[in-house]
Design a protein around this ligand. Structure first.
Ligand code: NAP
Length: 439
């Protein structure tokens, strides 16, 4: 019997984070008897997995198990990884557009939003967009410098990233011993004299963007007192009444529990303070204090009281959201790629994940998001594939981390962690990663 010829569409996905893998998985699921895909994933780092490797807090290993799904996608047979290949440097957007039937941008949002206040540039004031990849061993952030010879650190923001940052600073480093926290970060955290971490939210407990499972974990910290003011939480509960939204209800009940935990004799504290909006960071040549405007609720709205509070501290980390870093040839606005439900107008390019919708949702949110966009991509495909050559021809002398080379890196990191009881010991230097990959 003659074998039926199935048209194979070449799709490039730029960015090997959750959104990129879920886009690849969606394409694999959209394969039919009449339509196949050859998926090339291009990633500027020598390692894939995006925020699962360099964003998720090391003490949340369960969240990282989604990497098993990514590896299954990568080994499904129609997938090639091009790690250590940077769009805009090693190849251009046009190179991809010329060769692929469609290009999917999945590059996330890597830049921390700015507070835009005086003193933000002082030594000791930094963004979670730098601090988080630093403790997670991202090669670009291993040299990050900031002071830890102070007693107090202030974290700005009331989202899960702020909570991760505050927790990493406030916990006893021994609690990270069995995690994949970067070695350089363990050294600094052990030397740190920070004993008080104050997380400042500009609105009330009922407005916080934390999620309840993360809040519920806080009382489990073994060596840290987590402090929330009983009166403040009770007032928030009274404000929301009997029928708050489900998420608000579970957040407030988790906060109520925290507010009733009796402080122990631990010398480490993580304190949540609400209704404080950052106004100015002060210090001569490094952070010495932060001035915050005190807010209150009037007629259901959060408004300034006109009064301020000053907190002496040596470190301020802002965790107030992210923006996409731009790539030449792709339109951006308001920190995101300009798109219509994932379609990038006037091109055969698409965008998924945080680069598309902004920095919101948990990892799983990217699954349905990418699946919706890939359906549009498939609708738009022409009846015959382009068949215009392979991107490999542009990368002949380039050190590409292919899937099998990545597996060598992965295995080496896991093997190094095993005798230490850690899930892995991350290599944080780009050359070292390439060496582990046999390059
Ligand atoms: P987020 O959830 O959007 O929270 C941002 C916080 O910053 C909000 O509390 C916001 O307050 C505050 N903020 C914004 N501008 C501010 C300013 N100028 N001054 C003071 N505060 C300001 O963002 P995120 O924490 O970066 O998290 C991003 C996404 O990743 C979220 O969907 C999050 O749930 C997810 N994530 C999940 C996990 C997990 O599941 N374990 C871990 C990390 C991140 P307002 O509300 O007043 O604007």
């Amino acid at each position: 019997m003659e074998r039926k010829h199935v048209p194979t569409y070449r799709i490039a996905i730029v960015g090997a984070g959750p959104a990129g893998y879920f886009a690849a998985q969606a394409l694999q699921n959209l394969t039919t008897e009449d339509r196949d895909f050859a998926i090339d994933m291009i990633e500027r780092l020598p390692t894939p997995w995006g925020l699962v490797r360099s964003g998720v807090a090391p003490d949340h290993p369960k969240i990282k198990t989604v990497s098993k799904v990514f590896e299954k996608v990568a080994n499904a047979g129609n997938f090639r990884l091009f790690g250590n290949v940077e769009l805009g440097t090693d190849i251009t957007t046009q190179d991809l557009l010329d060769r692929y039937d469609a290009v999917v941008i999945a590059t996330g949002s890597s830049l921390g939003r700015k507070l835009g206040i005086l003193g933000e540039g002082l030594f000791g004031s930094l963004s979670a967009a730098d601090f988080v990849p630093w403790y997670n061993g991202h090669p670009d952030f291993k040299e990050l410098q900031f002071p830890v010879d102070c007693d107090t650190a202030v974290v700005i923001g009331a989202g899960n990233v702020a909570m991760d940052v505050a927790r990493m600073l406030a916990l006893e480093p021994d609690e990270l011993e069995t995690t994949d926290t970067a070695d350089h970060a363990m050294d600094i955290l052990r030397k740190s004299s920070i004993r008080k971490v104050i997380l400042c939210a500009r609105r009330g407990p009922e407005h916080a963007a934390f999620t309840a499972p993360e809040l519920r974990e806080l009382p489990k910290l073994e060596h840290t007192n987590v402090i929330m003011d009983k009166v403040e939480i009770a007032a928030a509960l009274a404000r929301v009444g009997d029928n708050p939204e489900k998420d608000v209800k579970s957040n407030l009940s988790a906060m109520e529990l925290i507010s009733h935990v009796e402080p122990s004799s631990h010398d480490r504290t993580l304190e949540f303070q609400f209704f404080l909006a950052p106004q100015e960071i002060r210090g001569d040549d490094k952070v010495e204090e932060i001035v915050l405007g005190i807010n209150k609720i009037v007629d259901g709205k959060v408004v300034p009281t006109g009064e301020t509070k000053t907190i002496k501290c040596g470190l301020v980390i802002s965790a107030i959201g992210y923006e996409a870093s731009s790539i030449q040839g792709i339109p951006y606005e308001h920190g995101k790629v300009v798109n219509d439900e994932g379609r990038i107008d006037g091109s055969n390019m698409y965008v998924v994940g945080w680069a598309k919708r902004g920095p919101s949702g948990v990892i799983g949110t990217n699954k349905s998001d990418a699946s919706d966009v890939m359906k549009l991509l498939v609708e738009d495909l022409p009846s015959t594939p382009k068949n215009k050559g392979d991107v490999l021809e542009l990368l002949i002398d380039h050190e590409i981390v292919t899937q099998s080379r990545w597996e060598l890196i992965n295995d080496a990191e896991i093997a190094k962690g095993e005798p230490l009881g850690k899930p892995r010991v991350k290599a944080v230097d780009k050359q070292e990663l390439l060496r582990l990959g046999g390059l």
